[in-house]
Design a protein around this ligand. Structure first.
Ligand SMILES: Cc1cc2nc3c(=O)[nH]c(=O)nc-3n(C[C@H](O)[C@H](O)[C@H](O)COP(=O)(O)O)c2cc1C
Length: 182
């Protein structure tokens, strides 16, 4: 797939199954994640790779994070299954650096670019991927379970795997009402 085809046809795949990208493909995906626009080269991000027994660990982290005496069992069961929606997850979190010329929001954008770059690399390698966040990404217990400091942000859980089925290409969105010319 050439670069322009990739850029203009990117879409998410919610249904992902094994096999996960192998070691070599994962290295390529992570390398793409490192190749993002990054003001002052602060590397304001961290990637936590979750696969194999890590998926069960993440499931336990999710469940513990939402468990209160009143949490309904159905919610616990649904939450426990979430990490198994793909054989591989890369959790992208911020690693904010103090810099007089690079405000926090720019660093957050850079970390977001990492997720996008890794989704694109996954697709280019023939895999499917989907960027997810949700309440769990804002949950301090989840951060603690992943050894992410509370002042950092979880920018995304990038679910990656083999496409369960080939989805039809979504229509191209027209840019007309999102573009103006000065
Ligand atoms: C920051 C961010 C967080 C997202 N979180 C979720 C999520 O938690 N659940 C979800 O279904 N989609 C989420 N999405 C949207 C999907 O990743 C996807 O982009 C959307 O379903 C549109 O599909 P497409 O990527 O094929 O255009 C998120 C997207 C972004 C950019």
């Amino acid at each position: 797939m050439n670069a322009i085809d990739l850029l203009v046809t990117r879409q998410s795949d919610p249904q992902l199954i094994a096999p996960a990208p192998d070691k070599s493909c994962l290295e390529t995906i992570l390398t793409a994640g490192m190749r993002v626009p990054d003001h002052a080269g602060l590397l304001p991000f961290h990637f936590t790779v979750v696969e194999n027994e890590g998926l069960k660990k993440l499931s336990d982290i999710f469940v513990q994070a939402i468990t209160t005496p009143t949490t309904e069992q159905a919610k616990l069961d649904k939450t426990a299954k979430m990490p198994f929606r793909a054989p591989l997850i890369v959790v992208v979190s911020t690693k904010y650096q103090h810099h007089e010329k690079v405000p926090k929001h720019e660093q957050l954008i850079t970390a977001g670019c990492c997720v996008h770059a890794m989704q694109m690399a996954s697709v280019a390698l023939g895999f499917g991927a989907m960027w997810r966040t949700g309440d769990l990404s804002l949950n301090d217990n989840v951060k603690q379970g992943l050894s992410i400091n509370p002042q950092e942000d979880i920018v995304g859980f990038l679910y990656i795997g083999t496409k369960a089925k080939s989805l039809p290409l979504k229509p191209t969105k027209l840019y007309d009402d999102r573009v103006s010319y000065l």
